[in-house]
Design a protein around this ligand. Structure first.
Ligand code: NAP
Length: 371
């Protein structure tokens, strides 16, 4: 059995990864070892069969004993560790959820329903670095997979509504604390107070120094944040930049025609699952019925939602999709503002297909387990 070292297993992505690995009995086909940057030497029960002692995630001697290292720890850890392991001639596979390596020429962005052929070719060629794509990119590509296969897309504008958990476990907790503080601000309000009195208390709490915003730096509960990741010189956020470059790297890797992607990435107060309003410029006129069929039948994970009010409200929301592998795709209609413009709204669990699932499946590809 291949020795697999897992780093970052207690974070947001790592926790979901471990949950999925249990569900799919992945631990039965690997010899798993768990590393920590902060708790080495501690005991944890992650495997059902036995307690594990946490290994030091900065101990190169322990890390280089592994055939495969799977990291959900974050980009700073990847930057600090991987290079030194390669310098020690470690030739194992590095599978990563962080963005650090994604655009490197020696790393492949993995999303096997889209680029399995490219992955197989890269394995045969001796590639060793495998990285899951940006969450909104992977979810969008799976959502419009049917249009991509038919080569119908000229460009995409993606307006995102991204959940707090996209920023990690601690940020998700901060959103909950903010929610608690907002509702707590109403504790001393009389039951017959007017709505304006309630609103005033909430606004005062949101703007007060006591309001918790250490990580997000601004209120997210009851508000939104129109910027995700670093500021680039061209006015894009790094998250928006990733949308274009990563989409094209994935598509080109498997011989698909590239297309431009741009838009605005916005953090909202959802707990989990990212939503995206897509405007898609099609390269030719295509009947809406056929477009719907292409989208609905593209892969086993698309859950097509007919464009009506009842089904959209019921199925197209973070509350409806969180914890599910299926990606809801709906509000599909031709827009009235130009030729061949399509509107699509899609919601998917960014911790599953947006993060843990592509790297989990990559691990199975490397260990020859059936997908
Ligand atoms: P995270 O929740 O912040 O976890 C990262 C690490 O933080 C954990 O492995 C843990 O390391 C440490 N940590 C410290 N305090 C913690 C606490 N109270 N609870 C849990 N962990 C704690 O980060 P993440 O969201 O999983 O992201 C990991 C990587 O995946 C990042 O590079 C991110 O960009 C990428 N990614 C994230 C998402 C997403 O939706 N969140 C999607 C795609 C890609 P130790 O155990 O070693 O202390």
């Amino acid at each position: 059995m291949l020795k697999v070292g897992i780093i970052g297993w207690r974070g947001m992505v790592g926790s979901v990864l471990i949950q999925r690995m249990h569900e799919e009995n992945d631990f039965e086909s690997i010899d798993a070892h768990f590393f920590s940057t902060s708790q080495s030497g501690g005991k944890v029960r992650i495997l059902n069969s036995q307690e594990s002692t946490l290994l030091d995630a900065f101990d190169a001697d322990e890390l280089t004993k592994m055939d495969i290292l799977l990291s959900c720890q974050g980009g700073d850890y990847t930057k600090r560790i991987l290079h030194s392991l390669r310098e020690k001639n470690w030739s194992g596979h590095w599978v990563d959820a962080a963005s650090t390596l994604r655009m490197n020429s020696d790393a492949m962005i993995v999303l096997d329903p889209i680029n399995k052929e490219a992955i197989d070719t890269a394995i045969a060629r001796g590639n060793k670095n495998w990285v899951g794509g940006n969450c909104t990119v992977s979810l969008m590509l799976l959502a419009i997979h049917g249009l991509i296969k038919k080569d119908l897309v000229e460009w995409v504008s993606s307006m995102t509504y991204q959940a707090a958990s996209g920023a990690g476990a601690q940020n998700m907790k901060e959103l909950l604390i903010q929610m608690g503080e907002l509702s707590g601000s109403l504790n001393n309000i009389k039951p017959d107070s007017s709505i304006l009195d309630l609103d005033k208390e909430v606004q005062l709490m949101m703007k007060s120094e006591r309001f918790t915003k250490k990580l997000f730096t601004a209120p997210l509960a009851g508000s939104l944040i129109p910027w995700i990741d670093e500021e680039l010189e061209n006015g894009q956020s790094r998250e928006e930049w990733k949308g274009g470059v990563e989409t094209n790297k994935i598509l080109k890797s498997n011989g698909y025609k590239a297309f431009n992607v741009d838009g605005l990435c916005v953090r909202i107060g959802a707990m989990r699952s990212h939503s995206q309003a897509l405007t898609i410029k099609l390269n030719k006129d295509f009947p809406i019925k056929e477009i719907e069929e292409l989208i609905a039948s593209a892969n086993p994970w698309v859950h097509f939602v007919p464009n009506n009010k009842e089904k959209s409200i019921k199925n197209l929301s973070p509350a409806a999709v969180s914890g599910k592998l299926s990606i809801s795709v709906g509000r599909v209609r031709k827009l009235n503002v130009g030729e061949n413009l399509l509107s699509v709204f899609t919601v998917g669990d960014q911790l599953l297909w947006g993060a843990a699932e592509p790297v989990r499946r990559m691990l199975n590809i490397l260990t020859n387990k059936k997908l």
